[in-house]
Design a protein around this ligand. Structure first.
Ligand SMILES: [Zn+2]
Length: 223
Protein backbone atom coordinates (compact mmCIF):
# COMPACT_ATOMS: atom_id res chain seq x y z
CA UNK A 1 0.00 0.00 0.00
CA UNK A 2 1.40 3.43 -0.92
CA UNK A 3 2.36 5.78 1.87
CA UNK A 4 -0.44 8.15 2.86
CA UNK A 5 0.53 11.81 2.66
CA UNK A 6 -1.66 14.68 3.90
CA UNK A 7 -2.31 17.70 1.67
CA UNK A 8 -0.55 20.91 2.70
CA UNK A 9 -1.89 24.40 2.10
CA UNK A 10 0.80 24.82 -0.58
CA UNK A 11 -0.50 21.69 -2.34
CA UNK A 12 -4.06 22.93 -2.05
CA UNK A 13 -3.10 26.31 -3.59
CA UNK A 14 -1.61 24.55 -6.61
CA UNK A 15 -4.80 22.52 -6.99
CA UNK A 16 -6.99 25.61 -6.66
CA UNK A 17 -4.93 27.67 -9.12
CA UNK A 18 -4.88 24.97 -11.80
CA UNK A 19 -8.56 24.07 -11.44
CA UNK A 20 -9.51 27.74 -11.78
CA UNK A 21 -7.25 28.06 -14.83
CA UNK A 22 -9.25 25.19 -16.38
CA UNK A 23 -12.47 27.11 -15.74
CA UNK A 24 -13.63 25.42 -12.53
CA UNK A 25 -15.38 27.52 -9.88
CA UNK A 26 -15.66 26.78 -6.20
CA UNK A 27 -18.89 25.06 -5.15
CA UNK A 28 -20.85 27.32 -2.76
CA UNK A 29 -20.31 26.29 0.82
CA UNK A 30 -22.45 23.60 2.40
CA UNK A 31 -21.91 21.77 5.63
CA UNK A 32 -22.08 18.36 3.96
CA UNK A 33 -22.59 16.79 0.59
CA UNK A 34 -23.31 13.18 -0.24
CA UNK A 35 -21.74 11.38 -3.16
CA UNK A 36 -22.02 7.76 -4.16
CA UNK A 37 -19.02 5.57 -4.60
CA UNK A 38 -18.98 3.94 -8.04
CA UNK A 39 -21.13 0.90 -8.46
CA UNK A 40 -18.77 -1.99 -8.16
CA UNK A 41 -18.91 -4.29 -5.22
CA UNK A 42 -20.84 -2.39 -2.58
CA UNK A 43 -22.23 1.07 -3.36
CA UNK A 44 -21.38 3.35 -0.49
CA UNK A 45 -22.51 6.79 0.51
CA UNK A 46 -19.68 9.15 1.25
CA UNK A 47 -20.30 12.18 3.41
CA UNK A 48 -18.26 15.26 2.80
CA UNK A 49 -18.00 17.51 5.83
CA UNK A 50 -17.03 21.13 5.26
CA UNK A 51 -14.89 20.13 2.33
CA UNK A 52 -13.92 22.37 -0.61
CA UNK A 53 -15.23 21.29 -3.99
CA UNK A 54 -14.99 22.74 -7.51
CA UNK A 55 -17.38 22.56 -10.41
CA UNK A 56 -17.38 23.11 -14.17
CA UNK A 57 -20.54 23.07 -16.30
CA UNK A 58 -20.65 22.41 -20.06
CA UNK A 59 -23.04 20.85 -22.60
CA UNK A 60 -25.61 19.57 -20.10
CA UNK A 61 -23.17 18.00 -17.66
CA UNK A 62 -21.09 19.15 -14.74
CA UNK A 63 -17.76 17.94 -13.43
CA UNK A 64 -17.33 18.03 -9.67
CA UNK A 65 -13.99 17.79 -7.93
CA UNK A 66 -13.90 17.09 -4.18
CA UNK A 67 -10.51 18.03 -2.82
CA UNK A 68 -10.63 16.41 0.65
CA UNK A 69 -9.33 19.75 1.96
CA UNK A 70 -11.23 21.33 4.82
CA UNK A 71 -12.47 24.87 4.24
CA UNK A 72 -11.87 25.96 7.83
CA UNK A 73 -8.23 24.83 7.66
CA UNK A 74 -7.65 26.39 4.23
CA UNK A 75 -9.03 29.73 5.45
CA UNK A 76 -6.85 29.64 8.55
CA UNK A 77 -3.72 28.97 6.47
CA UNK A 78 -4.65 31.58 3.87
CA UNK A 79 -4.82 34.30 6.55
CA UNK A 80 -1.24 33.65 7.68
CA UNK A 81 0.16 32.10 4.46
CA UNK A 82 1.07 28.83 6.22
CA UNK A 83 2.18 26.86 3.14
CA UNK A 84 3.40 23.75 4.96
CA UNK A 85 0.42 23.24 7.27
CA UNK A 86 -1.89 20.29 6.68
CA UNK A 87 -5.37 21.20 5.38
CA UNK A 88 -6.77 17.71 4.75
CA UNK A 89 -8.28 15.12 7.06
CA UNK A 90 -6.69 11.85 8.18
CA UNK A 91 -5.14 10.50 4.94
CA UNK A 92 -6.16 6.85 5.19
CA UNK A 93 -9.81 7.61 5.79
CA UNK A 94 -10.38 10.14 3.09
CA UNK A 95 -9.77 10.58 -0.61
CA UNK A 96 -10.35 13.00 -3.48
CA UNK A 97 -13.12 12.47 -6.01
CA UNK A 98 -13.83 13.56 -9.57
CA UNK A 99 -17.27 12.83 -10.98
CA UNK A 100 -19.55 13.85 -13.82
CA UNK A 101 -23.20 14.55 -12.98
CA UNK A 102 -26.14 15.77 -15.02
CA UNK A 103 -27.68 19.15 -14.28
CA UNK A 104 -30.05 17.71 -11.65
CA UNK A 105 -27.03 16.29 -9.83
CA UNK A 106 -27.31 12.60 -10.67
CA UNK A 107 -23.79 11.20 -11.03
CA UNK A 108 -23.03 9.16 -14.16
CA UNK A 109 -19.29 8.79 -13.95
CA UNK A 110 -16.71 8.50 -11.17
CA UNK A 111 -13.01 8.83 -11.92
CA UNK A 112 -12.24 6.50 -9.04
CA UNK A 113 -10.93 7.16 -5.60
CA UNK A 114 -7.86 9.43 -5.58
CA UNK A 115 -5.87 8.28 -2.57
CA UNK A 116 -3.74 10.71 -0.67
CA UNK A 117 -0.29 9.63 -1.75
CA UNK A 118 2.46 12.06 -2.71
CA UNK A 119 0.93 12.20 -6.22
CA UNK A 120 -2.49 13.25 -4.94
CA UNK A 121 -2.57 16.79 -6.40
CA UNK A 122 -1.21 15.67 -9.78
CA UNK A 123 -3.60 12.71 -10.07
CA UNK A 124 -6.66 14.71 -9.04
CA UNK A 125 -5.75 17.41 -11.59
CA UNK A 126 -5.29 14.81 -14.36
CA UNK A 127 -8.68 13.32 -13.55
CA UNK A 128 -10.30 16.76 -13.48
CA UNK A 129 -8.68 17.58 -16.83
CA UNK A 130 -9.95 14.40 -18.48
CA UNK A 131 -13.48 14.84 -17.08
CA UNK A 132 -13.74 18.47 -18.23
CA UNK A 133 -12.43 17.50 -21.67
CA UNK A 134 -15.10 14.82 -21.96
CA UNK A 135 -17.99 17.18 -21.27
CA UNK A 136 -16.56 20.10 -23.26
CA UNK A 137 -16.09 17.76 -26.23
CA UNK A 138 -19.27 15.79 -25.64
CA UNK A 139 -19.38 12.99 -28.18
CA UNK A 140 -22.01 13.22 -30.94
CA UNK A 141 -23.80 10.27 -32.52
CA UNK A 142 -22.08 9.04 -35.69
CA UNK A 143 -25.48 8.23 -37.23
CA UNK A 144 -27.86 11.08 -36.31
CA UNK A 145 -25.46 13.73 -34.96
CA UNK A 146 -27.26 14.17 -31.61
CA UNK A 147 -25.26 14.73 -28.41
CA UNK A 148 -24.65 11.33 -26.78
CA UNK A 149 -25.41 10.51 -23.15
CA UNK A 150 -23.09 9.12 -20.51
CA UNK A 151 -24.09 5.54 -19.67
CA UNK A 152 -22.69 3.13 -17.12
CA UNK A 153 -22.73 -0.63 -16.78
CA UNK A 154 -24.70 -1.78 -13.78
CA UNK A 155 -22.27 -4.60 -12.95
CA UNK A 156 -18.83 -3.02 -13.21
CA UNK A 157 -19.72 0.67 -13.29
CA UNK A 158 -17.69 1.07 -16.51
CA UNK A 159 -18.81 3.94 -18.75
CA UNK A 160 -19.67 4.41 -22.43
CA UNK A 161 -21.62 6.87 -24.58
CA UNK A 162 -25.11 6.15 -25.90
CA UNK A 163 -27.55 7.78 -28.34
CA UNK A 164 -31.21 6.90 -27.78
CA UNK A 165 -32.71 8.91 -30.69
CA UNK A 166 -33.77 5.55 -32.10
CA UNK A 167 -36.24 7.01 -34.59
CA UNK A 168 -33.32 8.75 -36.30
CA UNK A 169 -31.36 5.52 -36.68
CA UNK A 170 -32.04 3.25 -39.68
CA UNK A 171 -32.42 0.10 -37.54
CA UNK A 172 -34.27 1.94 -34.70
CA UNK A 173 -31.66 0.78 -32.18
CA UNK A 174 -29.45 2.84 -29.85
CA UNK A 175 -25.94 3.70 -30.98
CA UNK A 176 -22.98 3.13 -28.62
CA UNK A 177 -19.54 4.65 -28.53
CA UNK A 178 -16.60 3.76 -26.33
CA UNK A 179 -15.96 5.97 -23.31
CA UNK A 180 -12.59 7.37 -24.38
CA UNK A 181 -13.75 8.20 -27.90
CA UNK A 182 -12.15 11.49 -29.00
CA UNK A 183 -9.89 11.78 -25.97
CA UNK A 184 -6.29 12.82 -26.85
CA UNK A 185 -3.87 9.81 -26.94
CA UNK A 186 -1.84 10.89 -23.90
CA UNK A 187 -4.97 11.21 -21.76
CA UNK A 188 -6.30 7.88 -23.06
CA UNK A 189 -3.11 6.15 -21.96
CA UNK A 190 -3.36 7.62 -18.46
CA UNK A 191 -7.06 6.68 -18.22
CA UNK A 192 -6.34 3.10 -19.30
CA UNK A 193 -3.70 2.70 -16.59
CA UNK A 194 -6.21 3.88 -13.97
CA UNK A 195 -8.85 1.47 -15.19
CA UNK A 196 -6.44 -1.43 -14.82
CA UNK A 197 -5.58 -0.27 -11.32
CA UNK A 198 -9.26 0.04 -10.46
CA UNK A 199 -10.04 -3.43 -11.81
CA UNK A 200 -7.32 -4.84 -9.56
CA UNK A 201 -8.76 -2.91 -6.57
CA UNK A 202 -12.27 -4.29 -7.12
CA UNK A 203 -11.02 -7.81 -7.73
CA UNK A 204 -9.22 -7.63 -4.38
CA UNK A 205 -12.32 -6.25 -2.63
CA UNK A 206 -14.46 -8.98 -4.17
CA UNK A 207 -12.06 -11.71 -3.06
CA UNK A 208 -12.04 -10.29 0.48
CA UNK A 209 -15.87 -10.20 0.52
CA UNK A 210 -16.07 -13.80 -0.70
CA UNK A 211 -13.55 -14.93 1.86
CA UNK A 212 -15.49 -13.20 4.63
CA UNK A 213 -18.69 -14.87 3.46
CA UNK A 214 -17.00 -18.25 3.53
CA UNK A 215 -15.65 -17.63 7.04
CA UNK A 216 -19.02 -16.38 8.33
CA UNK A 217 -20.66 -19.48 6.85
CA UNK A 218 -18.18 -21.69 8.70
CA UNK A 219 -18.98 -19.97 11.98
CA UNK A 220 -22.72 -20.56 11.45
CA UNK A 221 -22.15 -24.25 10.76
CA UNK A 222 -20.10 -24.57 13.93
CA UNK A 223 -22.70 -23.04 16.27
ZN1 LIG B 1 -28.13 8.95 -32.79
Amino acid sequence: MPIAVPVTFGGYLELERKLKALGFVEIPWRETAVIMEPRGVTPQRILIHGEIGFELVANGYKVRVWTSCIRKEVERCRRDNLLDEVVSRAPRRDAGWVLIADLVGRAHYFAGRTSRTKHFVRTLLQRAWIAQYKIRHRVTCSVCGAAMEICSRSDTGGNFWGCFQKESHPDKKPIWEQWDFGLPPKATKIAEAWRKERARYYAKKRRAAEQKKATDGAVCVGT
